[in-house]
Design a protein around this ligand. Structure first.
Ligand SMILES: NC(=O)c1ccc[n+]([C@@H]2O[C@H](COP(=O)([O-])OP(=O)(O)OC[C@H]3O[C@@H](n4cnc5c(N)ncnc54)[C@H](O)[C@@H]3O)[C@@H](O)[C@H]2O)c1
Length: 273
């Protein structure tokens, strides 16, 4: 399964242990990152949403993952148990990948102003942004020798993207949380960064109204006229999670084939002048 993607092999992560959250299936961004980390010799633990065992356990086994535990980020007891399992397996860790987000489907379409409910807003912020703060606290407690934490974000944090709505607000909170966590944890040699990936075909994207359009527009409006690749995202994660990234913290790294730098589309219509 690790050969799903064309990932460089080596020993960059040899002797390093860490946790990957957010694997739901072989399309998950977390799976691409985990495959890259394993291909570079890392020892891994997977924390997954309870109920996903049948899908996640075979994937974990194919990478030789040492610890697989259910963890619902909205449930403190389940988080306590999951981090206890990681501590029991590894003692200390060197890296942590947060690749978790959720918003109600009804809030990922149409008018942001009209469709955003208090319950839906708080749920999206809880699962997609507060969970990162909680994970950073728990993970950093297992990093006495320093470490690296990476989360996943999208351009909808910085710009108003159709249908992304509440999730954009949650991602803005997430990106701010990355900077505050980086400031807090920096003196302990724990780096904290986010990867802002372009649209990719995953379960999460399928939940957004017009998700396919986000993919197509992301491609045609990108500088490279290309899709964002799993290999590119996993490569950026490897850089940030390994010692190669040793001086980078508090950063939001765009890995989107240059989508975020573009102003107007090439074909603006309206003719010359
Ligand atoms: N797919 C894209 O286009 C894209 C682009 C940029 C950023 N991202 C971000 O990447 C991250 C991973 O998403 P993905 O696209 O790989 O989709 P995905 O659906 O494979 O991953 C999302 C994960 O969140 C988990 N999750 C949801 N609620 C949870 C909860 N209460 N407790 C624990 N886990 C929970 C799901 O089980 C799933 O594994 C997300 O933060 C997403 O916003 C995705």
């Amino acid at each position: 399964m690790a050969d799903d993607y064309d990932l460089p092999k080596g020993e960059l992560m040899k002797g390093k242990r860490g946790v990957v959250t957010g694997v739901a299936n072989h399309q998950s961004i977390a799976w691409g990152i985990a495959s890259q980390l394993a291909a570079q010799g890392a020892d891994l633990a997977f924390l997954h949403l309870p109920g996903m065992e049948r899908r996640v356990e075979p994937l974990a086994a194919s990478l030789g993952v040492k610890c697989v535990a259910p963890a619902d980020v909205t449930d403190d007891d389940s988080m306590d148990a999951a981090f206890a399992a990681v501590a029991k397996t590894f003692g200390t860790i060197d890296f942590f990948v947060h690749a978790i987000a959720f918003a109600n489907k009804d809030e990922l379409k149409g008018s942001f102003v009209d469709n955003t409910t208090r319950e839906g807003f708080l749920r999206a912020l809880n699962i997609s942004a507060f969970s990162f703060v909680d994970c950073a606290r728990r993970a950093s407690a297992l990093m006495p020798n320093g470490g690296s934490i990476v989360t996943m974000t999208y351009l909808g944090a910085e710009r108003a993207i159709p249908n992304y709505n509440t999730m954009g607000v949650a991602k803005a909170a997430l990106e701010a949380a990355v900077r505050y966590a980086a400031r807090d944890l920096g003196p302990r040699e724990i780096r904290v960064n986010a990867i802002s990936a372009g649209a990719m075909r995953t379960l999460s994207l399928a939940g957004i109204s017009g998700g396919r359009g986000m993919l197509a527009q992301g491609r045609t409006m990108s500088a490279m006229k290309a899709d964002t690749s799993m290999e590119g995202v996993a490569g950026a994660a490897l850089w940030l999670l390994s010692d190669l990234g040793r001086s980078t913290t508090g950063e939001v790294v765009h890995v989107d084939a240059g989508f975020h730098i573009m102003g107007l589309p090439d074909d603006m219509g309206g003719g010359e002048g």
